[in-house]
Every structure is written in structure tokens, then in C-alpha cells.
Design a protein. Structure first.
Length: 81
């Protein structure tokens, strides 16, 4: 199953892309998406574990199954002042 993930902040900077396409076996859970992101982009490993994920603008837990065509976003922690 093809999943398109929109990357934000440091994740986008590390991968040097706003979006990535992942091939995840169904059921495509957020946990599986986290793993595939790290497999394809090992530099994301320290960041992906602490990032929030959203599906169609709703933050979701790792066990949530992502339906085909859903918008998935990887949102790392941010800081600032």
C-alpha cells in the first residue's frame, strides 16, 4: 500500500523533502509507517520516535490503521521562543 507522508520541521530538513512515499504492507498502521520511515531514512531514527503523527488533520496513536488515500503528516517536536 502506498502511503504519502508530509514531513515538517526537522524531519523535512533531514530528508530534504516535504513529502515521502512509503510502501507499507496492509494494515498500514502508524507504527508501520514509523518503521518504514526509519528504514528508508535512517537519519530520522532519533526523531521519528518522538514525533506526532496525524491522519487527515487528526493526531493519532501508533495502532491506528491508515486508510488508502489518507493524508499522513509527521510532526516532530519544535521549540522556540
Amino acid at each position: 500500500m502506498k502511503i504519502h507522508v508530509k514531513l515538517f520541521a526537522a524531519a523535512r530538513d533531514i530528508v530534504d523533502a516535504e513529502n515521502v512515499e512509503l510502501d507499507v504492507d496492509p494494515p498500514a498502521t502508524i507504527k508501520a509507517i514509523r518503521q518504514e520511515l526509519c528504514d528508508q531514512h535512517p537519519a530520522l531514527l532519533p526523531l521519528v520516535g518522538v514525533s506526532m503523527f496525524a491522519v487527515d488533520t487528526q493526531y493519532v496513536a501508533d495502532d491506528v490503521e491508515v486508510p488508502a488515500g489518507a493524508e499522513v503528516a509527521c510532526i516532530p517536536p519544535v521549540s522556540g521562543g
